[in-house]
Write a protein that binds this ligand. Structure first.
Ligand code: KIV
Length: 266
């Protein structure tokens, strides 16, 4: 295993036509396993609130929690680019507050970049972060931090007006200096158009195959929750079933006196 990839390496992938594979991770084992594969990027997303803390949305996630989990992931890996989400309320108050929080996240964790949800309105913040030497990823389309504004996690930018705004926002964010752009739950044709219009890579989730890369929430693609069946999540494993069976087998062995055996005793 070599030196950690940088956001610049991932930008070069786009020129070479090589896809970017990204996953989320929140703890030591998740990070360590991903690090042993060629996956290019780990995102410590604020999906942390939903898939790690079991909350109804990403809104309650704090800067302290992002710092705690990002530091674990950085310390457990050597290879992928590490991107930390700036949670709800950590960058919207003012550019000064945003820069202060981003400095904390980068200095206290060692991550490579931060990610911010939003379009034109966050351009001055992005410019200041980039000027300060902090690589930034944008996030357009379904932006879960705005759940209270939109009222649902449905497909975004289905209609012309929202699609036009998204295309404009993508170009403005690129001009402001973002290193890449996450596109969540938008029509595949729109994601293709945006991807072709940008020099920086796009990373899609529910945005079709023509993005420069893809990201999934690790616990979703591993099938931790049998009730989660999003169209855009391909389940590569059924860990819910595997873990449940292992726990039940253990329970039965304990209750029937079959665990521990003589070999498992001293
Ligand atoms: O928080 C997260 O996991 C994300 C991805 C869905 C892109 O932002």
């Amino acid at each position: 295993m070599g030196k950690r990839l940088s956001v610049v390496d991932l930008q070069k992938y786009k020129l070479k036509g090589r896809k970017i594979a990204a996953l989320t991770a929140y703890d030591f084992y998740e990070a360590k396993i991903i690090d042993s594969t060629p996956v290019d990027m780990i995102l410590i997303g604020d999906s942390l609130g939903m898939v790690f803390q079991g909350k109804a949305s990403t809104i309650p996630v704090t800067v302290e929690q992002i710092i705690y989990h990002t530091r674990i992931v950085v310390e457990s890996t050597q290879n992928p680019v590490i991107v930390a989400d700036m949670p709800f309320g950590s960058f919207q108050i003012s550019t000064e507050k945003a820069v202060e929080n981003a400095f904390r996240i980068v200095k206290e964790t060692g991550c490579n970049a931060v990610k911010l949800e939003g379009g034109e309105k966050i351009v001055p913040i992005v410019e200041q972060l980039v000027y300060s030497g902090i690589p930034v990823y944008g996030h357009l389309g379904l932006t879960p931090q705005s759940i209270n504004k939109f009222g649902s996690y449905k497909l975004r930018a289905k209609h012309d007006e929202e699609a036009e705004t998204l295309k404009k926002d993508a170009l403005l964010l690129e001009k402001a200096g973002i290193s890449g752009l996450f596109l969540e739950k938008i029509p595949a044709e729109l994601a293709k158009e945006v991807t072709q219009s940008l020099r920086i890579p796009t990373i899609g989730i529910g945005a079709g195959v023509n993005c420069d890369g893809q990201v999934l929430v690790l616990t979703d693609m591993l099938g931790f929750d049998s009730e989660i069946n999003f169209r855009f999540v391909r389940k590569y494993a059924d860990l819910n079933g595997i873990i449940k069976k292992a726990v039940e087998d253990y329970y039965n062995d304990v209750c029937s006196g079959q665990f521990p055996s003589e070999e498992e005793s001293y």
